[in-house]
Design a protein around this ligand. Structure first.
Ligand code: C5P
Length: 246
């Protein structure tokens, strides 16, 4: 079997409000993407890494230079491609790049694809390995997840609580999410048939697999795999780095 990793790093970073794409934001003296790629270089037996980068020229150039360094460090082929308007489009482009590479290189046998958010910059390598182990054990789709600590309620359009979900059953899902390439291809061809507003509501790729009625396995995530979305997340990540380095 072959293994490809798609790292989506094309988000605008609007919610961080720093006026630059999120992957280019400095966490320390290094960017979100550079931190994210640290874990990647420890992942075993990858055949290909696809980095999906912002279209904004300055960030693109800066981040493409980063990727060359990763390629050197982990000895894996790294392709960089431009992202799309929505996350799903960025992932879809990444998966297409994997398919094209597999054809060019005449890969035979099963292909496993990991889809990872660059914004989860401190995801430990062990989480990648848990997902890969579950794929090796026969799962077709795997997500890392953690129990939630807040009580989660569904709220209706008039700001009234419609339902309280039982917390014990809930998990907060992270990345990398793992798939067989075959299943991911089926999932994307399913999305192409969805109405645009439904497709826009897909916040991860496992959701597409659920829509197909296929099983999604869950493995343990990690608190350090939090997604940098707001300035509070950035503070947390900086504190975690200071703690491990200090
Ligand atoms: O926006 P959100 O926080 O859900 O983004 C999760 C990941 O998807 C981030 O790593 C971001 O860079 C990526 N993304 C992307 N292309 C987009 C939107 C988000 O690659 N158009």
């Amino acid at each position: 079997r072959r293994r490809a990793l798609v790292v989506v790093a094309a988000g605008s970073g609007t919610r961080l409000g720093l006026g630059m794409p999120k992957a280019a934001v400095p966490v320390t003296d290094r960017t979100v993407l550079e931190h994210a790629l640290d874990a990647v270089s420890g992942v075993l037996q990858l055949d290909l890494v696809v980095l999906v980068l912002p279209r904004e020229p300055h960030a693109k150039q800066q981040l493409a230079a980063t990727s060359a360094v990763v390629a050197d460090r982990c000895g894996v082929e790294v392709l960089t491609i431009p992202g799309g308007e929505a996350r799903t489009e960025s992932v879809s482009s990444g998966v297409r790049a994997v398919q094209q590479h597999a054809q060019r290189k005449s890969w035979s046998g099963p292909v496993q694809v990991l889809v990872h958010d660059a914004a989860r910059a401190l995801t430990p390598t062990e989480v990648f390995h848990r997902v890969l182990e579950a794929l090796d054990a026969g799962a077709q789709c795997v997500v890392p997840a953690l129990p939630v600590t807040d009580t989660i309620k569904r709220v209706d359009a008039s700001a009234q609580v419609a339902q309280t979900l039982p917390r014990k059953q809930l998990r907060a899902v992270q990345t990398p999410q793992g798939f067989t390439l075959k299943l991911l291809e089926r999932a994307f061809s399913h999305i192409d048939k969805l109405p645009e507003e439904e497709a826009a509501d897909l916040t991860d790729e496992a959701m597409m697999v659920e829509n197909l009625g296929e099983k999604v396995a869950v493995v343990e995530g990690h608190p350090h795999a939090l997604k940098i979305t707001t300035s509070l997340d950035l503070l947390t990540v900086r504190a975690l780095i200071a703690e491990t380095e200090g």
